[in-house]
Design a protein around this ligand. Structure first.
Ligand code: NAD
Length: 370
């Protein structure tokens, strides 16, 4: 049996909260990257998994989680716990980081529990909370306790975003469109399951990454929005039954353009069934495409193929965004361990504004698409 994992002096002691099911949960993939030593400043020491170590242990995904836990404990000395309250106290000189990747609805409570368990830095998965009010309360709680919250908005550090922004900055007449795609089947059953599981809706769940880009780089805020125009030909809103039998209304495709009062203009396009390539374009005012950059690009494709072979059946977005997940985790972990500034990483203030923009846009776009 391997001894309990401990961090070295330049590493944060990471507590992964909400690992989820192997091959499916975002937390699991974060965990795998740390166990593979791909994140130099992060040492995965503990996993807190309320569902698969509790009511979900025997259900779908439970046995797979059990196998993963046994191996991580035996090979890497990772401690497994049902709740944050079960963690041992923080050892002298150790900086504890919670990487919170639970269901969005659970994340506000998990953050309070992580602070109580001695975490001084929080890596919070997007969007952080279901509502602006809850996220603002989290921001205030963290500030009062002197805890820093940094967000898992990995597209902020992504190659296709920086390449596209650089190109747009180099031309006088360049309009950027960020295009985000998922790989759901275009059927009522597949989309109904997606709508129910991601009940906060497409804008707060999927396109929230693009909204974070707009807030981070295009001065978009609710107060600074001059106009929002939906592309009615492209967009689609549906009401579908989820696995529980309940009806859910959401966008399965959406495209819109925002103009700001400070003179910026940018578009977002998202499609639940668009495939596994996301990209960004720059077009001129005549509508000609001047530039396009894909994620994954040609260089990344070899890495994607290698990962597909290593983890068959895993969520495709793990692979295309693999280097970005490492970058965000390492910068947050380095901040926790050494105080080094987490350059380019979205703060909880950015996340609050992003969620505000999402809450503002949903009824505006729904009205335009009626
Ligand atoms: N940055 C990204 O690219 C990215 C991608 C996907 C998800 N996320 C974010 O990561 C977080 C986790 O997402 P996920 O897709 O891994 O979620 P998930 O639902 O698969 O798992 C999260 C947690 O939910 C609990 N859970 C699982 N099944 C449950 C059930 N049937 N009933 C009750 N609880 C259950 C488990 O404790 C699990 O750890 C979210 O905040 C999400 O927005 C980020």
């Amino acid at each position: 049996m391997t001894a309990q994992a401990t961090p070295s002096k330049d590493q944060a002691e990471v507590v992964l909260v909400g690992c989820g099911c192997p091959l499916r949960g975002m937390g699991w993939y974060h965990g795998v990257q740390m166990l593979n030593d791909e994140v130099p400043h992060a040492k995965l020491c503990h996993v807190v998994e309320p569902w698969f170590l509790g009511p979900g242990a025997e259900g779908p995904g439970g046995p797979e989680f059990g196998d993963f836990a046994k191996k991580a404990e035996a090979d890497h000395g990772v401690g497994f716990h049902k709740s944050l309250a079960d963690l041992p106290p923080v050892a002298d000189g150790v900086k504890r980081l919670a990487l919170i990747s639970g269901r969005t609805v659970d994340n506000p409570r998990l953050m309070s529990e992580a602070i109580a368990a001695g975490c001084t830095t929080i890596y919070l998965e997007k969007p952080g909370a279901p509502t602006v009010a809850e996220l603002e309360a989290m921001k205030n709680e963290a500030a009062n306790k002197d805890v820093t919250v940094l967000m898992g908005y990995n597209k902020n550090v992504c190659k296709y975003v920086s390449k596209t922004r650089d190109f747009a900055a180099s031309c006088d007449d360049g309009h950027v469109t960020f295009v985000s795609n998922n790989t759901y089947e275009p059927t009522a059953e597949s989309l109904g399951e997606c709508f129910e599981r991601n009940a906060e809706g497409m804008l707060k769940n999927m396109a929230i990454h693009e909204l974070a880009l707009l807030v981070s780089f295009y001065d978009v805020s609710v107060d600074n929005i001059e106009s929002v125009v939906a592309d009615k030909d492209y967009s689609s809103m549906q009401t579908l039954k989820g696995p529980s039998g309940k009806d859910w209304t959401d966008f399965d495709k959406i495209k819109f353009t925002i103009k700001t009062k400070t003179g910026k203009s940018v578009s977002v396009q998202a499609d639940r069934c668009g495939g596994d390539v996301s990209y960004a374009t720059v077009t001129n005012s005549a509508g000609d495409e001047l530039f396009r950059y894909n994620m994954p690009d040609e260089d990344d494709k070899a890495n994607v193929k290698r990962l597909e072979e290593k983890y068959p059946g895993a969520m495709p977005y793990f692979f295309s965004q693999d280097p970005d997940y490492i970058t965000v985790k390492d910068r947050v972990a380095a901040f926790c361990a050494t105080g080094e500034e987490a350059k380019g990483i979205a703060t909880i203030e950015i996340a609050c504004e992003t969620l505000k923009v999402a809450e503002y846009l949903v009824p505006v776009l729904q009205e335009q698409l009626k």
